[in-house]
Design a protein around this ligand. Structure first.
Ligand SMILES: [Zn+2]
Length: 269
């Protein structure tokens, strides 16, 4: 599933191909995504794509009058190709772009979605999100008070978009390991120092994944449609029974709130 670093990598990967370019055609091949692609999407015709931004795991494509919200869901991928491209299964949405390019949205499981808003319109999906994790707003002063009244395990809260944005399962596991905090600790049991450490590690883990994505990413413009997501160096995630990189204790795996959870029982308290 594309997480924040992957979405950021997609943004950076496609931006140079579409910014400043006019939309010359719109083709909805299958509108049945998580939410149907609205008819209004045709208003993009003739608009110039001015910029593409990311908020949490959402992409936002701006023109002078509109903004398009794209969520990749479980299996969504975007590629930019020459317009003599070969259509693939699950190519649901195609934007023809000035300069003989196409932007293609492919999504086998169709949990993603594409919606259009007026440029000044509020987007409900973005209203309740926690601060962007790589911004200064996301800090211990923000997070500590939010955790103080919560008894759920810290890992579950870390994955709750109203508390922390962008730490999907992999990154929540990795951040807790780096911060030396046991995933099952009740959130209100963390002291301010631990919360500060956790905030720092969430930022570092996401940042490192984005940098890795940028370097290992082959190309968003290869017709084979490799979505551009990347295998990463992971310390605990998927490492059951492997020796901890710090103390050699075998990594444990449990299921916490239905999600695979990995940790070192020695390093994480
Ligand atoms: Zn360890």
């Amino acid at each position: 599933m594309p997480e924040l670093p992957e979405v950021e990598t997609v943004r950076a990967g496609i931006a140079p191909h579409i910014i400043g370019k006019k939309v010359k055609g719109i083709e909805v091949r299958n509108d049945r995504l998580r939410y149907p692609i609205p008819k209004e999407i045709e208003k993009l015709y003739g608009q110039v794509i001015e910029r593409i931004e990311r908020r949490a795991k959402y992409l936002l494509l701006y023109t002078a009058q509109y903004k398009v919200l794209i969520h990749l869901g479980m299996s969504g991928a975007i590629r930019v190709l020459e317009d003599d491209f070969e259509l693939k299964k699950h190519d649901h949405f195609i934007l023809q772009i000035e300069g003989d390019k196409v932007l293609i949205y492919n999504d086998p499981r169709r949990f993603g979605f594409i919606l259009i808003y007026g440029v000044d319109e509020l987007i409900p999906f973005l209203e309740k999100l926690a601060p962007e994790p790589l911004s200064d707003e996301f800090n211990a002063e923000y997070l500590y008070p939010k955790l103080r009244t919560r008894t759920r395990p810290i890992k579950s809260l870390l994955m709750d978009q109203e508390f922390v944005v962008g730490a999907g399962n992999i990154y929540a596991n990795e951040s807790l390991f780096m911060a030396g905090i046991h995933p099952e600790r009740p959130a209100n049991n963390l002291n301010p120092e631990e919360v500060a450490r956790l905030v720092e590690e969430v930022k570092k883990v996401l940042q490192r994944a984005i940098i890795q994505g940028g370097t290992t990413l082959k190309d968003f413009t290869t017709p084979d449609g490799s979505p551009g997501y990347f295998a990463q160096e992971l310390m605990v995630y998927g490492q059951k029974d492997q020796p901890c990189v710090i103390c050699q204790t075998p990594i444990e795996r449990i299921v916490l709130a239905n999600r695979a959870t990995y940790f070192c029982s020695q390093c994480q308290k």
